[in-house]
Design a protein around this ligand. Sequence first.
Ligand SMILES: Cc1cc2nc3c(=O)[nH]c(=O)nc-3n(C[C@H](O)[C@H](O)[C@H](O)COP(=O)(O)OP(=O)(O)OC[C@H]3O[C@@H](n4cnc5c(N)ncnc54)[C@H](O)[C@@H]3O)c2cc1C
Ligand code: FES
Length: 298
Amino acid sequence: MSGRGTAGRPAPGPLQIRDAEVLRLEPAGAYHALTLRAPGIPERTRPGHFVALAVGGERSAMLLRRAFSVHRVRPAEQTVDIVFAVHGAGTAWLAARRPGDTVDVVGPLGQPFRVPEEATDAVLVAGGYGSAPMFVLAEQLAARGGRVAMVLGAATAARLFGVAEARRVADEVMVTTDDGSAGERGLVTDPLPALIDRIGARLVYACGPMGMLRAVARVARSRGIESQCAVEEAMACGIGVCMTCVLPVVGEDGVTRMTRSCVDGPVFDGARVRWDILADRTGVLPDDVLGADAMRAH
Ligand SMILES: Cc1cc2nc3c(=O)[nH]c(=O)nc-3n(C[C@H](O)[C@H](O)[C@H](O)COP(=O)(O)OP(=O)(O)OC[C@H]3O[C@@H](n4cnc5c(N)ncnc54)[C@H](O)[C@@H]3O)c2cc1C
Ligand code: FES
């Protein structure tokens, strides 16, 4: 991946930085906040983009990069922040890095959130570390003159991320936890309908677990407004060649196709994702998905 266009301006598309320096790695509640120096990536990045990090070092058997939403970028310092949970061996390796270590990073990847040019009132909904990309999005919406409300939810208080940051960037913030250890006990979707109505939101943005996205998309649809959902399908290549990350999405023509979330997403119009099929997870595609009938003939 090239670094510069012919006119000396940054070329579009992602960059690979093989030796992105770890500047900061510290705990953030149940998560880790990592800052990398990754020249060229900050100015290309928009809210909703993700980066893919190589894990395990040069001799590792962990060949697949791990995907993380970009939390913030600082073009002046050429830094990229991510927030991650230790999940398995790859993220455990990442959590053991120290300032001065280097990490191989590719980014920005995927399609970011769509931000209308005109002032648009919006509700931003996040589950756990799903709030990471939402704060810059909130700032951009507010800069265009829209009112912004945020709902942050998690299983417990420790698994919330960025409540103080949310209060700085949003006009209104609601917090929910499954166990009631912070904010209201319950789900992010509990206060959502009233919040949409109260601020007259025309758009809902969401990032978090699939079940949450499905529920948010349903609420937005019931209010007759658009939702943009950042999905987190397991990914292998991250650049559109392996089809690991496909999910059923309805196209403009009304036909459902298996669509790559790494290059066509991760942000999708919530009304176009076939959450019904995803929830099934039976591995059997209904006949109305393009190509499903042909698969059954084999
Ligand atoms: C677009 C996108 C954005 C993401 N943003 C974040 C983020 O901001 N913070 C964060 O903590 N995590 C994020 N994730 C999930 C993160 O990629 C996984 O937790 C991580 O890959 C797990 O790697 P591991 O080696 O620790 O776990 P393992 O389970 O050992 O991983 C093995 C394989 O499974 C895949 N995998 C495992 N869990 C997930 C998962 N939940 N989602 C997708 N792939 C998975 C990995 O990519 C890897 O190839 C994101 C995933 C995607 C697709
Ligand atoms: S992860 Fe390979 S096509 Fe999306």
